[in-house]
Design a protein around this ligand. Structure first.
Ligand code: ZN
Length: 185
């Protein structure tokens, strides 16, 4: 499995192209990097992870149903407030039916970690040394804390070399995140 990371424009969102077939979290400018038809995978439905959608030739969008309302509403996904409203109502599919995920509400209600072979896409739930904020729509500190506990338990059972690709900032792996992320000690 080939994972290509692109730090997209303006908001520094990490977008990932997988095997020229899937795009995870398309940020602004992603269309310059891939022209063929893809399916889109979303870790959650915040604007900075969606704004590249209309640059792509895509078929399906996979995300957790907990964020369906968010992707359909430019006020909730915060794209309206930055003056680039985006609302998607079609081609939405439950990511849980197609990919191995764990549901990790807290940053948003529908945030997930996505497992693909030796890779995890963690969105804005966990970063290499921190966790996601909970002060945006559908954010919930209590739920995030529960999700972090769940993640910690699961990571301890997994291969320590699995690479973690977050929604912002640098990659890490399970071994390092358990040692370096103060929220996962
Ligand atoms: Zn976010």
């Amino acid at each position: 499995m080939k994972v290509q990371k692109i730090v997209t424009e303006q908001y520094g969102t990490n977008s990932y192209i997988i095997d020229n077939k899937y795009v995870v979290d398309p940020g602004i400018g992603i269309g310059k990097h891939i022209k063929n038809k893809v399916d889109v995978i979303l870790t959650h439905a915040h604007f900075d992870h969606l704004l590249g959608l209309n640059e792509l030739n895509y078929d399906k969008i996979y995300l957790h149903p907990g964020d369906f309302e968010m992707i359909k509403n430019a006020e909730i996904n915060l794209s309206k407030i930055i003056g680039a409203p985006i609302e998607i109502r079609e081609n939405l599919y439950d990511i849980q039916d197609a990919f191995e995920t764990i549901h990790t509400p807290g940053h948003t209600e529908g945030s997930v970690l996505i497992f693909m072979n030796n890779h995890i896409f963690s969105g804005d739930t966990v970063f290499y040394n921190s966790v996601g904020r909970t002060d945006l729509p559908s954010g919930d500190q209590y739920k995030l804390e529960n999700s972090i506990e769940k993640i910690k338990k699961i990571f301890k059972t997994k291969d320590k070399n699995i690479i973690i690709h977050p929604g912002h900032m640098e990659e890490t792996n399970i071994e390092r995140i358990l040692e370096e992320n103060p929220y996962l000690f």
